[in-house]
Design a protein around this ligand. Sequence first.
Ligand SMILES: Cc1cc2nc3c(=O)[nH]c(=O)nc-3n(C[C@H](O)[C@H](O)[C@H](O)COP(=O)(O)O)c2cc1C
Length: 330
Amino acid sequence: MAEARPEAGRRLAAGGGLSGLWSRVRAEAAFWQGALYDAVRFRRHAWLHRAHSPESRAARMLADAHFLEYGMALREARPGFGLARAARLAGDLRDGGSGGPAAHIGLATLRGWADFNRDTALPPGIAPALALTGGEGIAAGVAQAGGAPPATDFLAFAQSRRSVRHFAPGPVPEAAIRRAVAAAQAAPSSCNRQTCTAHVWTDRALIDRVRRHQAGNRTFGHELGGIAVITSDLRHWEHAGERYQPWIDGGLFAMSLCHGLHAEGLGTCFLNWSVTPATDRALRAEIGLDDSQLVIVLLGFGLMPDSASVCASPRLPEGAALRLNPPLAG
Ligand SMILES: Cc1cc2nc3c(=O)[nH]c(=O)nc-3n(C[C@H](O)[C@H](O)[C@H](O)COP(=O)(O)O)c2cc1C
């Protein structure tokens, strides 16, 4: 079989013979190069042994604070749990200072935890941390949830979103972007570390500089009213078991952002970041993104035209997405 011509930058199949073998070798090499690139960056920035950057320390404070609030929110919450985490959080607060949002949340949570444990003997480092200032007025610890959520037909809302590849001219209102990002921030995150950021450009020339690194928008990207590069901070991750967590948290954040923009009446289209290390480096150089920031995905958006053609194919049947109460093995 002759080697198929690439379409939209993608080769459809490797041919036979020597050229096919060569293209398979290249695909294999690209796979290992990409895997190594990801692994080395995760290893370089994650706090495997110690939190060696203020960002890692901030993430650790959020994670430790979350452990404490988690324990207090359990049905069988018991004083005396989380002593080691509280001691580490107190140490980070003492060493790193209590400035910054993560420290404020950490300190407020530590106060709530200390109150919950008022009849328990606490490790010696806790009291000096409690004497720090900051975090006053933050509702940390435990809150009450319940009752019906605000009335929405989420299924109808989710099904009304389609990837849009035509946009109306005109500026995207900044307030809509801010509201959508607030929705993205409401997404759950591992140990509440909130590692993700949306880097957003709405200026035509800047959108073009960003989007030229991404192949999947070539035919319509010139119509975008905004582009978001969604990243996860690798310094917020801890151990080997979390090596894929940036993509998971990033996906949740990205989808919430996408739904947030859709709720604001904007059109959206995800733009894959399935790229080589060289392309990843080029985008990061273009936008001045530090090596510690892992690009998860891009999201194009813009004003909806009165009518836009979208892809119509339906989803697969429910059976492809749900196996309800399947029998267990054995
Ligand atoms: C991670 C991800 C990357 C995507 N990348 C692109 C892309 O580069 N270009 C594009 O036109 N669409 C892209 N899409 C959109 C998908 O093609 C689209 O979501 C899918 O066909 C389902 O259609 P719908 O979004 O209209 O429901 C991407 C979607 C996801 C989730």
